[in-house]
Ligand binder design. Structure first.
Ligand SMILES: C[S@@+](CC[C@H](N)C(=O)[O-])C[C@H]1O[C@@H](n2cnc3c(N)ncnc32)[C@H](O)[C@@H]1O
Length: 274
Protein backbone atom coordinates (compact mmCIF):
# COMPACT_ATOMS: atom_id res chain seq x y z
CA UNK A 1 0.00 0.00 0.00
CA UNK A 2 1.28 3.51 -0.88
CA UNK A 3 1.82 5.48 2.29
CA UNK A 4 2.58 8.91 0.92
CA UNK A 5 3.22 10.97 -2.17
CA UNK A 6 5.48 13.99 -2.06
CA UNK A 7 4.89 17.44 -3.50
CA UNK A 8 7.48 16.93 -6.23
CA UNK A 9 5.58 13.87 -7.52
CA UNK A 10 2.24 15.68 -7.35
CA UNK A 11 3.84 18.45 -9.37
CA UNK A 12 5.16 15.99 -11.98
CA UNK A 13 1.69 14.46 -12.37
CA UNK A 14 -0.19 17.78 -12.60
CA UNK A 15 2.34 19.14 -15.10
CA UNK A 16 2.08 16.05 -17.26
CA UNK A 17 -1.75 16.22 -17.24
CA UNK A 18 -1.61 19.88 -18.14
CA UNK A 19 0.89 19.47 -20.96
CA UNK A 20 -0.69 16.36 -22.47
CA UNK A 21 -4.40 16.82 -21.83
CA UNK A 22 -4.91 20.53 -21.03
CA UNK A 23 -6.43 20.07 -17.55
CA UNK A 24 -4.95 22.32 -14.90
CA UNK A 25 -5.04 20.99 -11.34
CA UNK A 26 -2.12 23.10 -10.09
CA UNK A 27 -4.43 25.31 -8.05
CA UNK A 28 -6.60 22.65 -6.50
CA UNK A 29 -6.51 22.58 -2.69
CA UNK A 30 -3.43 20.52 -1.90
CA UNK A 31 -4.70 18.31 0.95
CA UNK A 32 -7.79 16.92 -0.79
CA UNK A 33 -5.94 16.66 -4.13
CA UNK A 34 -3.23 14.60 -2.44
CA UNK A 35 -5.81 12.35 -0.75
CA UNK A 36 -7.48 11.69 -4.12
CA UNK A 37 -4.14 10.89 -5.78
CA UNK A 38 -3.26 8.41 -3.01
CA UNK A 39 -6.68 6.83 -3.42
CA UNK A 40 -6.16 6.40 -7.19
CA UNK A 41 -2.76 4.80 -6.68
CA UNK A 42 -4.22 2.35 -4.18
CA UNK A 43 -7.40 1.63 -6.13
CA UNK A 44 -5.57 0.99 -9.39
CA UNK A 45 -2.63 -0.68 -7.70
CA UNK A 46 -0.16 1.75 -9.30
CA UNK A 47 3.08 3.40 -8.23
CA UNK A 48 3.77 7.03 -9.09
CA UNK A 49 6.04 5.87 -11.93
CA UNK A 50 3.49 3.43 -13.37
CA UNK A 51 0.75 6.07 -13.14
CA UNK A 52 2.92 8.51 -15.07
CA UNK A 53 3.62 5.82 -17.69
CA UNK A 54 -0.09 5.05 -18.01
CA UNK A 55 -0.99 8.73 -18.38
CA UNK A 56 1.67 9.04 -21.06
CA UNK A 57 0.96 5.86 -22.99
CA UNK A 58 -2.79 5.33 -22.69
CA UNK A 59 -4.82 8.38 -23.76
CA UNK A 60 -8.14 6.67 -22.91
CA UNK A 61 -7.05 6.32 -19.27
CA UNK A 62 -7.44 10.07 -18.67
CA UNK A 63 -11.25 9.93 -18.43
CA UNK A 64 -11.14 7.12 -15.90
CA UNK A 65 -8.45 9.03 -14.01
CA UNK A 66 -10.47 12.28 -13.95
CA UNK A 67 -13.55 10.42 -12.74
CA UNK A 68 -11.58 9.11 -9.76
CA UNK A 69 -9.77 12.39 -9.13
CA UNK A 70 -12.87 14.56 -8.88
CA UNK A 71 -15.25 14.27 -5.93
CA UNK A 72 -18.68 13.53 -7.40
CA UNK A 73 -20.70 13.10 -4.20
CA UNK A 74 -24.10 14.73 -4.58
CA UNK A 75 -27.77 14.23 -3.71
CA UNK A 76 -31.16 15.56 -4.73
CA UNK A 77 -32.40 18.64 -2.89
CA UNK A 78 -29.09 18.79 -1.02
CA UNK A 79 -29.58 21.29 1.84
CA UNK A 80 -33.40 21.43 1.57
CA UNK A 81 -33.60 24.94 3.11
CA UNK A 82 -31.50 26.21 0.17
CA UNK A 83 -34.07 24.82 -2.26
CA UNK A 84 -36.93 26.43 -0.34
CA UNK A 85 -35.13 29.78 -0.68
CA UNK A 86 -34.73 29.14 -4.43
CA UNK A 87 -38.44 28.40 -4.82
CA UNK A 88 -39.85 31.03 -2.45
CA UNK A 89 -37.46 33.98 -2.93
CA UNK A 90 -34.86 33.77 -5.68
CA UNK A 91 -36.86 32.42 -8.62
CA UNK A 92 -39.90 34.64 -7.86
CA UNK A 93 -37.37 37.53 -7.80
CA UNK A 94 -36.10 36.63 -11.29
CA UNK A 95 -39.68 36.21 -12.56
CA UNK A 96 -40.48 39.81 -11.59
CA UNK A 97 -38.41 40.94 -14.58
CA UNK A 98 -38.11 37.92 -16.87
CA UNK A 99 -40.70 35.48 -18.11
CA UNK A 100 -38.00 33.21 -19.51
CA UNK A 101 -34.50 32.82 -18.11
CA UNK A 102 -31.27 30.77 -18.04
CA UNK A 103 -29.71 28.75 -15.24
CA UNK A 104 -26.16 27.33 -15.20
CA UNK A 105 -25.31 24.35 -12.99
CA UNK A 106 -21.51 24.49 -12.94
CA UNK A 107 -20.01 21.23 -11.62
CA UNK A 108 -23.31 19.34 -11.95
CA UNK A 109 -21.80 15.91 -11.20
CA UNK A 110 -24.29 13.05 -11.83
CA UNK A 111 -27.17 15.47 -12.29
CA UNK A 112 -29.13 15.29 -9.03
CA UNK A 113 -28.88 19.08 -8.57
CA UNK A 114 -30.22 19.71 -12.10
CA UNK A 115 -33.07 17.24 -11.62
CA UNK A 116 -33.96 18.95 -8.34
CA UNK A 117 -34.15 22.27 -10.15
CA UNK A 118 -36.23 20.76 -12.97
CA UNK A 119 -38.69 19.32 -10.44
CA UNK A 120 -38.85 22.63 -8.56
CA UNK A 121 -39.55 24.50 -11.82
CA UNK A 122 -42.19 21.99 -12.86
CA UNK A 123 -43.92 22.35 -9.49
CA UNK A 124 -43.85 26.13 -9.97
CA UNK A 125 -45.45 25.62 -13.41
CA UNK A 126 -42.58 27.34 -15.26
CA UNK A 127 -40.53 24.35 -16.42
CA UNK A 128 -40.95 25.20 -20.12
CA UNK A 129 -39.81 28.80 -19.62
CA UNK A 130 -36.36 28.06 -18.26
CA UNK A 131 -33.22 26.86 -20.07
CA UNK A 132 -30.79 24.90 -17.93
CA UNK A 133 -27.10 24.37 -18.73
CA UNK A 134 -25.40 21.59 -16.80
CA UNK A 135 -21.63 21.37 -17.07
CA UNK A 136 -18.82 19.36 -15.56
CA UNK A 137 -15.22 18.62 -16.36
CA UNK A 138 -15.75 14.88 -15.90
CA UNK A 139 -17.28 13.33 -19.03
CA UNK A 140 -17.99 9.98 -17.34
CA UNK A 141 -20.17 11.65 -14.72
CA UNK A 142 -21.88 13.81 -17.36
CA UNK A 143 -23.00 10.64 -19.18
CA UNK A 144 -24.56 9.45 -15.90
CA UNK A 145 -26.30 12.80 -15.50
CA UNK A 146 -27.83 12.47 -18.99
CA UNK A 147 -29.22 9.02 -18.15
CA UNK A 148 -30.90 10.23 -14.91
CA UNK A 149 -30.69 6.66 -13.57
CA UNK A 150 -29.54 6.13 -10.00
CA UNK A 151 -29.27 3.28 -7.49
CA UNK A 152 -32.65 2.87 -5.76
CA UNK A 153 -30.86 2.88 -2.40
CA UNK A 154 -30.00 6.58 -2.89
CA UNK A 155 -33.69 7.42 -2.89
CA UNK A 156 -34.14 7.24 0.86
CA UNK A 157 -31.95 10.31 1.40
CA UNK A 158 -33.28 12.07 -1.73
CA UNK A 159 -36.86 11.52 -0.59
CA UNK A 160 -36.05 12.79 2.93
CA UNK A 161 -34.55 15.94 1.42
CA UNK A 162 -37.58 16.42 -0.83
CA UNK A 163 -39.93 16.15 2.17
CA UNK A 164 -37.89 18.82 3.99
CA UNK A 165 -37.99 20.93 0.85
CA UNK A 166 -41.78 20.65 1.14
CA UNK A 167 -42.33 19.53 -2.44
CA UNK A 168 -45.82 19.00 -3.80
CA UNK A 169 -45.75 15.23 -4.34
CA UNK A 170 -43.18 12.51 -3.69
CA UNK A 171 -40.03 11.85 -5.71
CA UNK A 172 -41.47 8.43 -6.62
CA UNK A 173 -44.00 10.31 -8.75
CA UNK A 174 -41.12 11.48 -10.96
CA UNK A 175 -39.34 8.15 -11.50
CA UNK A 176 -39.74 4.44 -12.23
CA UNK A 177 -37.96 1.70 -10.31
CA UNK A 178 -36.57 -1.41 -11.98
CA UNK A 179 -33.87 -3.89 -10.95
CA UNK A 180 -32.63 -1.81 -8.03
CA UNK A 181 -32.43 1.38 -10.10
CA UNK A 182 -34.66 4.38 -10.52
CA UNK A 183 -34.93 6.33 -13.77
CA UNK A 184 -36.38 9.82 -13.73
CA UNK A 185 -38.90 11.11 -16.26
CA UNK A 186 -36.79 12.23 -19.24
CA UNK A 187 -39.21 15.12 -19.81
CA UNK A 188 -37.58 16.77 -16.79
CA UNK A 189 -34.36 17.05 -18.78
CA UNK A 190 -36.02 18.37 -21.96
CA UNK A 191 -34.70 21.91 -21.41
CA UNK A 192 -31.29 20.85 -20.11
CA UNK A 193 -28.13 21.19 -22.21
CA UNK A 194 -25.35 19.01 -20.84
CA UNK A 195 -21.84 19.92 -21.88
CA UNK A 196 -18.28 19.40 -20.86
CA UNK A 197 -16.82 22.59 -19.42
CA UNK A 198 -13.73 23.13 -17.30
CA UNK A 199 -14.11 26.02 -14.87
CA UNK A 200 -10.33 26.47 -14.72
CA UNK A 201 -9.44 26.61 -18.41
CA UNK A 202 -12.86 27.08 -20.02
CA UNK A 203 -14.19 30.30 -21.52
CA UNK A 204 -17.30 32.19 -20.60
CA UNK A 205 -19.91 30.67 -22.92
CA UNK A 206 -23.22 32.37 -22.14
CA UNK A 207 -24.99 34.89 -19.88
CA UNK A 208 -27.18 33.66 -17.04
CA UNK A 209 -29.80 34.90 -14.61
CA UNK A 210 -28.83 32.30 -12.03
CA UNK A 211 -25.64 30.28 -11.54
CA UNK A 212 -25.38 27.40 -9.10
CA UNK A 213 -21.84 26.28 -8.35
CA UNK A 214 -22.21 24.39 -5.11
CA UNK A 215 -19.56 22.24 -3.45
CA UNK A 216 -17.09 22.63 -6.31
CA UNK A 217 -14.85 25.56 -5.31
CA UNK A 218 -14.21 23.91 -1.96
CA UNK A 219 -11.64 21.80 -3.87
CA UNK A 220 -9.84 24.88 -5.26
CA UNK A 221 -7.23 27.04 -3.52
CA UNK A 222 -8.07 30.72 -2.91
CA UNK A 223 -6.34 32.00 -6.06
CA UNK A 224 -8.32 29.68 -8.24
CA UNK A 225 -11.59 30.43 -6.42
CA UNK A 226 -10.90 34.10 -7.06
CA UNK A 227 -10.40 33.53 -10.80
CA UNK A 228 -13.48 31.32 -11.11
CA UNK A 229 -15.64 33.84 -9.20
CA UNK A 230 -14.55 36.50 -11.73
CA UNK A 231 -15.79 34.20 -14.51
CA UNK A 232 -19.13 33.78 -12.74
CA UNK A 233 -19.43 37.54 -12.31
CA UNK A 234 -18.86 37.99 -16.06
CA UNK A 235 -21.28 35.18 -16.91
CA UNK A 236 -24.15 36.77 -14.98
CA UNK A 237 -26.56 39.40 -16.24
CA UNK A 238 -26.72 42.44 -13.99
CA UNK A 239 -29.01 41.56 -11.05
CA UNK A 240 -28.46 37.86 -11.71
CA UNK A 241 -27.90 35.47 -8.79
CA UNK A 242 -24.98 33.28 -7.78
CA UNK A 243 -25.43 30.37 -5.36
CA UNK A 244 -22.43 28.58 -3.87
CA UNK A 245 -22.00 25.76 -1.33
CA UNK A 246 -22.71 26.14 2.37
CA UNK A 247 -19.01 25.83 3.23
CA UNK A 248 -17.93 28.30 0.54
CA UNK A 249 -17.82 32.08 0.55
CA UNK A 250 -17.11 34.99 -1.73
CA UNK A 251 -16.81 37.81 0.78
CA UNK A 252 -13.01 37.96 0.48
CA UNK A 253 -12.66 37.71 -3.31
CA UNK A 254 -11.83 40.51 -5.82
CA UNK A 255 -15.40 40.77 -7.13
CA UNK A 256 -17.05 40.68 -3.67
CA UNK A 257 -18.06 44.36 -3.79
CA UNK A 258 -19.93 43.77 -7.04
CA UNK A 259 -22.28 41.38 -5.30
CA UNK A 260 -24.93 41.87 -2.65
CA UNK A 261 -25.43 39.16 -0.05
CA UNK A 262 -29.03 38.02 -0.53
CA UNK A 263 -29.00 35.11 1.88
CA UNK A 264 -25.96 34.56 4.04
CA UNK A 265 -27.08 31.18 5.43
CA UNK A 266 -27.77 29.69 2.02
CA UNK A 267 -24.89 31.51 0.31
CA UNK A 268 -26.89 33.30 -2.36
CA UNK A 269 -25.52 36.52 -3.88
CA UNK A 270 -26.83 39.02 -6.41
CA UNK A 271 -24.67 40.82 -8.99
CA UNK A 272 -25.27 44.53 -8.49
CA UNK A 273 -22.30 46.03 -10.41
CA UNK A 274 -20.73 45.18 -13.77
C1 LIG B 1 -19.05 17.43 -5.10
S1 LIG B 1 -19.60 17.60 -6.75
C2 LIG B 1 -20.84 18.86 -6.57
C3 LIG B 1 -22.12 18.48 -7.23
C4 LIG B 1 -23.30 19.41 -6.98
N1 LIG B 1 -23.01 20.75 -7.43
C5 LIG B 1 -23.71 19.42 -5.53
O1 LIG B 1 -23.53 20.42 -4.84
O2 LIG B 1 -24.23 18.40 -5.05
C6 LIG B 1 -18.24 18.51 -7.49
C7 LIG B 1 -18.24 18.42 -9.02
O3 LIG B 1 -17.36 19.46 -9.52
C8 LIG B 1 -16.73 18.94 -10.67
N2 LIG B 1 -15.50 19.71 -10.96
C9 LIG B 1 -14.31 19.68 -10.31
N3 LIG B 1 -13.42 20.48 -10.90
C10 LIG B 1 -14.08 21.06 -11.95
C11 LIG B 1 -13.69 21.99 -12.95
N4 LIG B 1 -12.46 22.49 -13.00
N5 LIG B 1 -14.62 22.37 -13.87
C12 LIG B 1 -15.87 21.84 -13.83
N6 LIG B 1 -16.29 20.98 -12.92
C13 LIG B 1 -15.40 20.57 -11.98
C14 LIG B 1 -16.46 17.49 -10.33
O4 LIG B 1 -16.24 16.70 -11.48
C15 LIG B 1 -17.73 17.11 -9.56
O5 LIG B 1 -18.67 16.50 -10.40
Amino acid sequence: MIQDIDIADLKRITELIQAKYGYDFRNYAMSSFKRRMLRILELKNLTVESLIRKLNDSPTFINEFLDELTVNVTEMFRDPSFWRVMRDEIIPGILLNHKTFNIWHAGCSSGEEVLSMAILLREMGIHNDVSLYATDLDTTILEKAKMATYPAKNMELNEKNYIRFEGKWTLKDYCKEENGKVTFDKGLLANVTFRKHDLVTGDIFNKFDLILCRNVMIYFNQNLQNEVLKKFHESLFKYGYLAIGSKESLIWCDVANRFLVVNNEEKVYKKIKD
